[in-house]
Design a protein around this ligand. Structure first.
Ligand SMILES: *[C@@H]1O[C@H](CO)[C@@H](O)[C@H](O)[C@H]1NC(C)=O
Ligand SMILES: *[C@@H]1O[C@H](CO)[C@@H](O)[C@H](O)[C@H]1NC(C)=O
Ligand SMILES: [Zn+2]
Length: 469
């Protein structure tokens, strides 16, 4: 039934009444669409109130000027379209910007206890179904009719991305399958259902959504994930600038709506650089001053260590492993393969006790300028390179980004550099993709990682001024 709903949704014009036919279908399912709109309006108002009070206003004003002082000069930044921007008006009826709720999930969101109208009888968290079996879930997939052949490789690569890192597996759907993920190219936006709907559920991909970055993100919603900014602990890390949100879509930035219920974070810390951390070019989200170096780290190009761990924990990927490995350097048993460890960035080998063979080691003995670069102008998909900068034992490294070229981007989603200054390399680092004026970065040990990445046919290079501190 859901597939039907989404197909209807896609055939409607984006501007005006984006979800006109979808709404008709929800009506058929016994849902009062006016109640949904009322709920979303209430949520938008709550978001407005949360960030519109005097305290928040003062803080936002400060963060706005901090942003203005670090972001490159006006007019030089190229915008990067993200799900929120591609979805535009569509986000008015979506959930968290790019999630399509099933009629059953809307019912949960609307279902107040008649005895106690302040409470809900059910929680959305309980209505999110995971794929089965636990420990080795298999997702049947198919393509909607007419899906362009030249775009299928992106889908296969995105599925493989998760297969290589988790126990989730994909196989072509057969007529006997009921629960199926179907890729739909004929879409006005990028969206997915959350969890397994139990019937055909589409992953909707408008022309701007065809990259492994976006497809892997939408796929993880189908696994059952939500965005980090809806976590109940988000206020410690970020603040939302409602002036930069398209009117009527503020509800997508709500923290922990009352009907969520107890959503497990699986012990994963809040990560600003997560693939589940979404933003717009405006920006909509400022990092709090203690995390200001993460301002350009939202909209990750790839799932981070913790993002991957989240999926592995959700699906109990390593519970079946009979062996226990002594993983080093914060590695954990690999969800895709019990016989090896899954390593944080900068580590490799079965036990994460070696440096990756393809990493470039830079031995730092004094002050030095370093040019990092990736890409040759030919479209070879996603390319990456890791620099491991090492100072003598007991020393620290200070890095100043002196130049980023050849293009300046407002978001570091497909092209950029990430500097990891922490000895604990599980946590995503600080990303750069423009000449942003951010204070020097200092490591907490004698090692710094610089990861450069580029998608499509772009090139990236940057100059760092390094010194031993
Ligand atoms: C960009 O221009 C606007 C309007 O002229 C100004 O208010 C803002 O401070 C400028 N930002 C930067 C980073 O120069
Ligand atoms: C860096 O130093 C290590 C020893 O500390 C040495 O084994 C390695 O060859 C050096 N690498 C380069 C690129 O100089
Ligand atoms: Zn999303």
């Amino acid at each position: 039934m859901l597939s039907l709903l989404i197909l209807f949704l896609l055939s409607t014009p984006i501007i005006g009444s984006p979800l006109g036919d979808y709404e008709k279908e929800l009506n058929k399912e016994g849902l009062n669409v006016e109640n949904i709109h009322k709920l979303l309006k209430e949520e938008s108002k709550e978001v407005e109130e949360e960030f519109g009070n005097e305290d928040s206003k003062a803080e936002i004003e400060k963060l706005r000027s901090l942003y203005a002082s670090t972001c490159p000069a006006n007019g030089t930044l190229r915008p990067v379209k993200t799900e929120l921007e591609i979805n535009g008006e569509l986000a008015k009826d979506l959930f968290e910007g790019d999630i399509v709720l099933t009629p059953e999930q809307w019912k949960v969101a609307l279902d107040k206890d008649p005895e106690n109208p302040m409470q809900r009888r059910q929680a959305l968290s309980q209505s999110i179904q995971l794929w089965q079996p636990m420990g080795a879930p298999v997702i049947p997939f198919t393509f909607e009719p007419g899906f362009p052949a030249d775009k299928k490789q992106i889908i296969i690569d995105s599925q493989r991305f998760w297969e290589q890192r988790t126990c989730v597996r994909f196989r072509p759907a057969t007529s006997a399958d009921r629960a199926v993920v179907s890729y739909n190219h004929n879409s006005a936006g990028c969206s997915s259902s959350v969890g397994m709907s139990g019937t055909k559920q589409t992953i909707n991909l408008a022309p701007g959504c065809f990259s492994v970055t976006v497809v892997a993100h939408e796929l993880s919603h189908a696994f059952g994930t939500l965005h980090v900014q809806s976590r109940s602990d988000r206020d410690n890390y970020i603040i939302v600038d409602t002036a930069n949100i398209q009117k009527g879509t503020e509800h997508n930035f709500m923290r922990d709506p009352p009907y969520y219920g107890t959503l497990s974070t699986y012990g994963i810390p809040y990560e600003i650089g997560s693939i589940f951390s979404i933003d717009t070019n405006r920006p909509t989200i400022y990092t709090k001053p203690a995390y200001s170096q993460y301002q350009y780290s939202m909209e990750a190009p790839r799932a981070t260590f913790y993002d991957t761990l989240l999926i592995n924990k959700m699906y109990k990927c390593t519970d079946k492993c009979q062996n226990r490995l002594a993983c080093q350097n914060n590695g954990v048993q690999d969800g895709a393969d019990c016989n090896k460890c899954f390593c944080p960035r900068g580590w490799s080998g079965q036990l994460c006790d070696r440096r990756p063979a393809d990493a470039q080691i830079v031995n730092l003995s004094g002050s030095q300028n370093l040019r990092v670069e990736i890409g040759d102008g030919v479209d070879r998909g996603f390319r990456e390179k890791l620099y491991i900068i090492q100072a003598p034992a007991g020393k620290r490294i200070e890095a100043t980004v002196t130049r980023v070229g050849d293009y300046q981007w407002s978001m570091c989603r497909s092209i950029g550099m990430e500097i990891v200054a922490s000895k604990d390399t599980r946590v995503a680092g600080f990303r750069f993709c423009a000449n942003s004026r951010i204070k020097p970065i200092v490591t907490d040990s004698n090692t710094m990682l610089v990861w450069v990445y580029v998608d499509n046919a772009y090139k990236f290079n940057a100059d760092l001024s390094l010194r031993i501190g």
